[in-house]
Ligand binder design. Structure first.
Ligand code: SF4
Length: 387
């Protein structure tokens, strides 16, 4: 059994590491579902038992997120078992990720029963040549069909929608990306967009192709220019840029993701899932280290490795997450949490930053959009100060 605080809010993340096939840029752990079908049911069985054992100590989970991989590799009945075990209808927000190629009306019953309140769909691009280059399984036709279904689900059951879009892709122009954004918003009327810049991760097919010179990606300046134009268009369309990669209208922020960015407590169950749990001054991570096959065939709660997080690491993680958002760091909250004065701790690092990257008041330290663009550099300088 894992150890976690039973008072206060605890969120739950469930990892479903089954995908149709592997996208060329993806460095997340997942395996093709066709080759691992035999493990689906035992995987769900163990996950359900672990959820029940954890839920027995709690009234409810604050928020729930089922991600992957592609949770659409599971049937609606299999997902229902997990959600009922977690008593999802008592949670403030329950998000499920779905890939367009597997989303259909069979999942509508989960919305109708109040077990899922938010649907997050990885569209990435509306352009077939781009989707093919990315190694995506869905094509434009799948995207159009699934966006229409998502909109129908929103109208029928009042669920919230979010769509993922990727930019700075090989062969993609800003005009093409903006046309994708407009089309998704026009078809779905979504109030939430996650916009990701392509990154070349080591060990992926994309990295291999870039290394061989078969694919070229934008340099840093090209990426900045591309992102500035996308961010400006989203602003023009009425979206708030509330996290480096996330935009919302009408206050429709993701409650679950805010748990991560505030470093609030969440429990991650399933192969390769991670947890962050803090009680007073003690913090720990759990990382699940089993492959999906091992997870499916092993005893409940085996394979979760516990790591204690020291005081400096806690501060580093908090700063790293909080600065991703447009709420930034509330210095009072920081002082109450770590018994340290933010201004004293970071004065020297902050004085080395370009003043256009941040806003610093008596109460808040917040990055500007220029700051979001160079967040890695900023975090590096602040981290040096902690160590
Ligand atoms: S669908 Fe998502 S998790 Fe699966 S391979 Fe593609 S990017 Fe990775």
């Amino acid at each position: 059994m894992l150890s976690f605080p039973t008072d206060g809010n605890l969120s739950l993340y469930l990892h479903i590491p089954f995908c149709t096939t592997c996208c060329s840029y993806c460095a997340f752990y997942s395996e093709p579902v066709d080759a691992t079908k035999a493990y689906l049911q035992p995987y769900v069985d163990r996950l359900e038992k672990e959820i029940r054992a954890c839920k027995a100590h709690l009234d409810r989970f604050f928020t729930i997120f089922i991600g992957g991989g592609n949770p659409g590799s599971l049937t609606a009945d299999q997902l229902r078992r997990l959600l009922v075990a977690a008593k999802a209808d008592a949670s403030d927000e329950v998000t499920i990720e779905m890939n367009p190629e597997t989303f259909d009306e069979t999942y509508f019953s989960l919305f109708a029963e109040g077990l899922v309140t938010r649907l997050s769909m990885g569209i990435q691009s509306m352009d077939d040549p781009t989707l093919i280059r990315l190694g995506r399984n869905a094509r434009r036709e799948d995207n159009l069909r699934s966006i229409a279904l998502a909109r129908q689900a929103r109208l029928q059951y009042g669920i919230e929608l979010s769509f993922d879009l990727m930019v700075c892709l090989p062969g993609q122009t800003v005009d093409l990306a903006i046309a994708d954004l407009h089309e998704i918003l026009m078809l779905s009327e979504s109030d939430h967009i996650s916009l990701y810049c392509l990154t070349v991760e080591e060990g992926t097919e994309l990295a291999l192709q870039v290394g061989l010179g078969n694919t070229t990606v934008l340099d840093e300046d090209g990426q900045e220019d591309f992102l500035q134009k996308m961010w400006s268009e989203l602003r023009r369309l009425g979206f708030e840029h509330y996290e480096v990669s996330n935009f919302c209208r009408n206050g429709k922020k993701s409650k679950h993701n805010q748990v991560y960015w505030r470093l609030d407590n969440y429990l991650g169950l399933g192969s390769s899932a991670a947890s962050t749990l803090t009680e007073g001054s003690l913090a720990r991570h759990y990382t699940q280290n089993q492959s999906l096959q091992e997870f499916a065939l092993s005893q409940c709660f085996s394979g979760y490795e516990e790591e204690h997080v020291d005081a400096n690491q806690q501060i580093e993680e908090y700063v790293m997450m909080a600065l991703r958002t447009n709420a930034g760091i509330d210095k009072q909250v920081f002082a109450a949490r770590y018994q340290k004065d933010f201004d004293c701790l970071f004065a020297s690092a902050i004085s080395s930053l370009d003043s256009s990257w941040y806003s610093d008041t008596i109460q808040f330290f917040v990055l500007t959009e220029y700051g979001f663009m160079v967040i890695d550099e900023i975090l590096l300088r602040l981290a040096l100060e902690i160590s």
